[in-house]
Ligand binder design. Structure first.
Ligand SMILES: Nc1ncnc2c1ncn2[C@@H]1O[C@H](COP(=O)(O)OP(=O)(O)O)[C@@H](O)[C@H]1O
Ligand SMILES: [Mg+2]
Length: 303
């Protein structure tokens, strides 16, 4: 398969501070690839290097087989970008925002009009064509940013936290649109704090912390490897349980007020723990990507 993105030993420093610390990964044609990590992990810094906003300090960064520095113009024409912040022009209408952007790619007026119609229809914004950006809800503004990023018919779409701050309805609508785009064969790189989003959309992802990649794999494989198949959470665990867990080599995290036990193929917790030790303050559930994320990046606050 063709590599759309090929990153090797990429480093980004700001005045001696290393924000991205020697990362390597590649993204294949048609893949939906996630960059996950706590605040300040280096996601946006990585993404900005990908779309040529910020030059790497060191390392190799190739997109469509071309070098990001020397072939930037040719690469730029083939990528779409949604930045973390809202970068719409508030003084222009919905339609004008798309037309102005089409101008940056030298798309002829007639063709720009046609694409604008199609994109507004796809993102359920046709009825807001004439509206000013300021009149849009958060969900609509985000859909417009997505529409705008597709005006040049990109082969690679780069999304920095596309659903942060959206209400559940808007978020699910964006997910459906992204799933539709995925079916067209578009390659997508996405950053997110939403683990449900990453599990649902990403074929493969990396978890980054302090500028380093901790793991790289499919959501399913990462869950199996780092959080077992199921989890029992027990509130206020008593000493006998903790001793039992230690004696029986059960994988656990002791959070003080809460004990988390990880079920693996070899260690069936349902019959041993659940039936013996569990009361109403006990939850037995499937392991999720959020469990993986918290295990690997810790539970401490980052801000
Ligand atoms: N232009 C900059 N100058 C100095 N430090 C920066 C700059 N951009 C980002 N950083 C720092 O780099 C680290 C990674 O930031 P960022 O990539 O925005 O994280 P994330 O997107 O994962 O939350 C943070 O510590 C941030 O403060
Ligand atoms: Mg960021």
């Amino acid at each position: 398969m063709d590599k759309i993105i090929d990153i090797q030993n990429l480093v980004k420093q700001f005045n001696g501070f290393t924000a991205v610390n020697d990362i390597s990964f590649s993204v294949d044609q048609g893949e939906f690839f996630g960059l996950l990590g706590p605040n300040g992990a280096g996601k946006t810094t990585t993404i900005r290097m990908l779309y040529g906003f910020s030059p790497p300090t060191r390392g190799k960064l190739r997109i469509f087989g071309m070098d990001i520095i020397t072939d930037f113009r040719r690469i730029k024409a083939r990528i779409g970008v949604c930045q973390q912040d809202n970068t719409l022009d508030p003084d222009l209408s919905v339609e004008q925002n798309l037309h102005v952007f089409a101008g940056y790619f030298s798309i002829p007026k007639k063709e720009a009009g046609k694409r604008t119609e199609e994109l507004l229809d796809f993102f359920a914004l046709s009825h807001k064509k004439e509206a000013k950006v300021m009149e849009l809800s958060g969900g609509m503004a985000r859909r417009l940013i997505l529409a705008r990023s597709l005006i040049n018919r990109p082969e690679l779409l780069i999304l920095d936290e596309p659903t942060t701050g959206l209400d559940p309805q808007s978020r699910h609508q964006v997910w459906e649109k992204l799933e539709d785009l995925k079916k067209t064969g578009l390659t997508v790189v996405i950053t997110t704090h939403n683990m449900e989003e990453a599990s649902r959309l990403c074929d493969r992802l990396v978890i980054i912390d302090h500028g380093k990649i901790l793991v790289n794999g499919s959501p399913k494989a990462l869950i199996e490897r780092h959080a077992g198949s199921n989890i029992i959470e027990i509130e206020g665990p008593d000493q006998t349980l903790i001793e039992y867990v230690k004696e029986n080599d059960i994988e656990y995290d002791d959070l003080g007020r809460r004990l988390i036990l990880y079920e693996t193929e070899e260690k069936d917790l349902n019959h041993t723990i659940r039936e013996r030790f569990c009361n109403e303050k006990c939850i037995y559930r499937n392991s999720t990507l959020e469990d993986v994320f918290l295990r690997l990046t810790g539970r401490g606050l980052r801000e």
